[in-house]
Design a protein around this ligand. Structure first.
Ligand code: URA
Length: 287
């Protein structure tokens, strides 16, 4: 192939939306065995023997898949089976997360954790932004390209809208803490798989324990289903308070789902509902 052909091929890839490489060699993701291999390569030697179950909240919910989060470039894995190695990774995640007693200890634990395959393709760990002592914890789906580059959650266009939504009720990043259900960017902004969410979930649950917020907000359908353990779509879940309980919390936390800011950018007609949800949040803060 001469240079001009290569340039044309690159232009063709760019036009098709392929604008970054994610590994040194091509991977045929249509072959299930390949995906297992990614996990297997990261598994501990006794991976297959680990008996840690998938947390209930991370299992796929029945019903229609939610389209209200980020653009769905690829379908998430929709069955209950975990790729080889994922169980061992969850097991390690549980022991690392439960030994952490602060947000900073959780960050260190995540930095040392190589059980999530998303880490291989991401530029940076994206853990939290804001104030660990805040009363409100927002949890989104997973980092996008901007977040991956900066190592901070919600810094892209969706994050800028989130900042404006916070400002509309007198809040800012110092009055909240912001995180995600997975801590590394899924390649091409695809939806995180069930296994990826399950592997990160012990850290998310421990984050909620150590922050112990008064209010937990799930941003988008994927985070809502995971955290609220509900099967309905975001359109039905949003705008209602649910109790979020954990054995290590002194009491249930008031939790609510809201539309994901990236969805609001694509569907501005839904901003009215989002505004209602922000007013509910503001009201809750005065109770
Ligand atoms: N979308 C998310 O769900 N989280 C981010 O951090 C950015 C975009």
């Amino acid at each position: 192939m001469n240079e001009e052909n290569i340039r044309e091929l690159m232009r063709w890839y760019l036009d098709a939306g392929v604008d970054e490489t994610i590994s040194d060699a091509p991977v045929d993701r249509f072959t299930a065995a390949e995906q297992s291999a990614v996990f297997a390569s990261q598994a501990e030697p006794d991976a297959a023997k680990a008996s840690q179950a998938v947390p209930d909240a991370a299992k796929p919910s029945p019903g229609k898949s939610d389209k209200a989060g980020k653009p769905q470039d690829q379908k998430p894995r929709q069955d209950n089976t975990l790729p080889q190695g994922a169980e061992a990774a969850i097991h390690t995640a549980v022991s690392l997360a439960s030994a952490a007693n602060s947000v900073e200890e959780l960050r260190s634990a995540l930095e040392s954790f190589d059980g999530c395959p998303l880490r291989k393709t991401a530029t940076n760990l994206v853990f939290v932004d804001g104030n660990p002592a805040a009363k409100i914890l927002f949890v989104g789906e997973g980092p996008g390209a901007d977040e991956d580059l900066q190592g901070l959650p919600f810094v892209g266009p969706g994050g800028q809208l989130l900042d404006r939504m916070l400002a509309s009720i007198g809040l800012d990043r110092q009055s909240v803490l912001i995180s995600n259900t997975v801590f590394w960017r899924p390649p091409g902004n695809r939806t995180p798989t069930t296994a990826e969410i399950a592997i990160c979930m012990p850290f998310v649950e421990r984050l909620i324990d150590v922050v112990d917020p008064d209010i937990l907000i799930a941003l988008g359908g994927a985070a809502a289903k995971t955290l609220l353990a509900q099967s309905q779509g975001i359109g039905r879940l949003r705008g209602k308070w649910f109790p979020y309980s954990s054995p290590r919390l002194p009491r249930p936390i008031d939790a609510m789902a809201m539309f994901h800011p990236a969805y609001l950018l694509r569907s501005p007609g839904q901003k009215r509902e989002a505004w209602r949800d922000m007013l509910m949040l503001k009201q809750k803060l005065t109770e």
